[in-house]
Design a protein around this ligand. Structure first.
Ligand SMILES: [Zn+2]
Ligand SMILES: [Zn+2]
Length: 297
């Protein structure tokens, strides 16, 4: 929803990444104007279940108040959950009270510390302390493991006929073939891990984040500047494109998306080029760019 850093520009809004899982819609960060970005996108903010705020710099949470008020005007009655670092309770309180409106739905919130996990429907989100300001978090989203793949060849060899018995086995039931029993374990491959996505939030390059992100399908990493401004970026607790790429490499990520691009770049291609020199599968998404993440196995 927003790929810019610190201040919005006509080209890039401030930080927000919407994720649609199989069951839920989640939002990582909610910079000012995020609700309007939703309106311009293929997603509806009314479907949001959980919002995760990485830290309490305005470019990561100022969109909450407008978003919550619009949900209210649009008749939301389902609860909304908001997670963030220490201090998020204050932001939620301000969101609810400062607008002088009657909130028609519940907001539940929880302050997260390093290592804490939020369980969702078919996925979990882990908070990892980031190296930015005190109480800054990165997030690791992991889908629950998926069943192994059904092997129709083996099933046929064991005498199972294609049709209802195939689907019974895939649903975890035994079937009887002649006088023998065929069980799912005979015809299903090993369980497969779910998709994994790592969102850095604002941070200096962080080895611990790379460890927690190990093997992720997608890493979304802040990349505020190019390397010529490394000192400036690092002094403010930010990473360069090359540093983001090094973290993606360490994490053995499958793809890297660079976000939190400083407004000083009207053309951020040099950041992408810089990242690609270290990590080939790097991308520089525009605001509202839709990326479908599928498993390769
Ligand atoms: Zn920021
Ligand atoms: Zn920040």
């Amino acid at each position: 929803m927003g790929t810019g850093g610190s201040v919005p520009t006509p080209a890039r809004n401030t930080s927000a990444v919407a994720i649609r899982t199989a069951q839920d819609m989640l939002l990582f960060d909610c910079g000012e104007g995020t609700q309007r970005q939703f309106m311009l996108s293929a997603f509806s903010f009314m479907k949001l279940e959980k919002i995760f705020i990485s830290h309490l710099h305005g470019d990561h949470f100022l969109g909450l108040m407008g978003l919550v008020q619009s949900m209210n005007f649009s008749g939301r009655d389902r609860p909304l959950e908001i997670f963030g670092p220490r201090g998020i309770a204050e932001i939620v309180h301000a969101t609810i009270t400062l607008g002088r409106f009657e909130l028609a739905f519940d907001i539940f919130w929880r302050e997260l510390k390093d290592g804490e996990v939020v369980e969702g429907d078919g996925y979990s989100v882990k908070a990892v302390e980031a190296l930015h300001i005190p109480n800054s978090l990165s997030f690791i989203l992991e889908e629950d493991g998926r069943k192994g793949r059904f092997d129709p060849e083996t099933a046929r060899k064991l005498g199972v006929k294609e049709g209802p018995d195939f689907s019974r086995l895939q649903r975890g039931m035994d079937v009887i073939v002649g006088d023998r029993k065929v069980s799912p374990k005979d015809v299903m491959g090993p369980p497969r891990p779910g998709l994994k996505l790592a969102y850095s939030g604002d941070t200096l390059p962080n080895e611990r984040f790379a460890e927690h992100a190990k093997g992720c399908d997608v890493m979304i990493h802040e990349s505020t500047t190019d390397s010529s401004l490394a000192k400036k970026a690092n002094d403010y607790g930010h990473s360069t494109a090359a540093q983001a790429a090094e973290i993606a490499l360490k994490a053995e990520a499958k793809a890297l998306y660079l976000v939190h691009i400083s407004g000083r770049y009207s053309d951020a291609t040099p950041l992408l080029e810089e990242a690609k020199r270290t990590f080939v599968n790097s991308f520089l998404p525009d605001d509202l760019e839709l990326v479908k993440v599928v498993s390769s196995d």
